[in-house]
Structures are given as structure tokens and as C-alpha cells.
Write a protein that binds this ligand. Structure first.
Ligand code: DAT
Ligand code: MG
Length: 140
């Protein structure tokens, strides 16, 4: 597996609790390199655009309200098999089902306030990176 890039969000529940550094350290310890990073505050409409794939789901309103409730940190992570590796470090969507040592096991508050987002495949990684970053902002 070659070097890959994936897209990550440190979500509002985590930025509010000042966990940006602790979560970033988990990525770095797993061999992922932060090659782009910025702190932003989404509008609810922007959160809806980003999570458009979930717009028919019952939790869509809760999800987009939450994602616009406080700042987030968006990052591009680079490394060997970065997409799968990031999903591994994140842990299961529901923290009650997440493995020991994962970010969600350690930090997530609930299935909704689950501290991190990570791309689920190469196509979504590409789309999600382009949603937030220009090529000039990504420095490998
Ligand atoms: P993941 O973030 O692990 O890729 P997902 O893509 O299925 O999970 O869902 C996106 C986000 O939506 C998830 O991180 C939190 C929220 N979500 C998912 N299922 C939910 C539920 N049953 N209740 C509330 N929020 C939920
Ligand atoms: Mg997902």
C-alpha cells in the first residue's frame, strides 16, 4: 500500500474540551503526518453541504447543528495506508463499541458527539480534502 492522504475533522465536542493536541498526538503516534491544518467555524449550511450524503438520515439535523456549534480543526493526514489507519485510530462511530486506545473510546461523549471525522475511502478522501483545502495549503 502506497502513501495516501486522508481528511480528518476534530469535532466541536473535542475543540471545546481543548483536546486538539491530544487527538493530533494519536494521529502522529500512529505514523500519520499532519500536512495541512486549520481551525474554522462552519455554518449549519456548510455542515449540511459537507454531510450531504446523510441528509435523509434521522440524525441529520442533530449532526449539522452540532458541527456548527463550535470551532472545528480540519486536517489532511498523510502516511502509509492513511485512510484505513486513521479509521483504526478513530475507533467505531459509537464510542460504546470502540476499541481500547482509540480516540473515540478515550474522548467521545456519545454516538453524535464522537470527537473526530475521518474519510471512509479514497474517493471521499479526495472530495473532502478538496472541500476544505487548496493544493497550496497542503505541504507534505
Ligand atoms: P463515521 O463518522 O464513523 O464515519 P457515519 O459516517 O455513519 O460515521 O456518520 C457520520 C456521523 O453522523 C457520525 O460520526 C456521528 C453521526 N451519527 C451517525 N449515526 C448516528 C446516530 N445513530 N445518532 C446520532 N448521530 C449519528
Ligand atoms: Mg462516515
Amino acid at each position: 500500500m502506497a502513501t495516501q492522504r486522508t481528511f480528518s475533522i476534530i469535532k466541536p465536542d473535542a475543540t471545546k474540551r481543548n483536546l486538539t493536541g491530544k487527538i493530533t498526538a494519536k494521529f502522529e503516534e500512529a505514523g500519520l503526518r499532519v500536512v495541512a491544518s486549520k481551525r474554522i467555524h462552519l455554518t449549519k449550511a456548510q455542515a449540511g453541504e459537507f454531510y450531504a450524503v446523510h441528509k435523509e438520515r434521522p440524525f441529520f439535523d442533530e449532526l449539522t447543528t452540532f458541527m456548527a456549534s463550535a470551532p472545528i480543526v480540519v486536517q489532511v493526514l498523510e502516511g502509509e495506508d492513511a485512510i484505513a489507519k486513521n479509521r483504526e485510530v478513530m475507533g467505531a462511530t459509537n464510542p460504546a463499541e470502540a476499541d481500547e486506545g482509540t480516540i473515540r473510546k478515550e474522548f467521545a461523549l456519545s454516538i453524535g458527539e464522537n470527537s473526530v471525522h475521518g474519510s471512509d475511502g479514497p474517493d471521499t478522501a479526495k472530495e473532502e480534502i478538496a472541500f476544505f483545502f487548496s493544493e497550496l495549503e497542503i505541504v507534505g
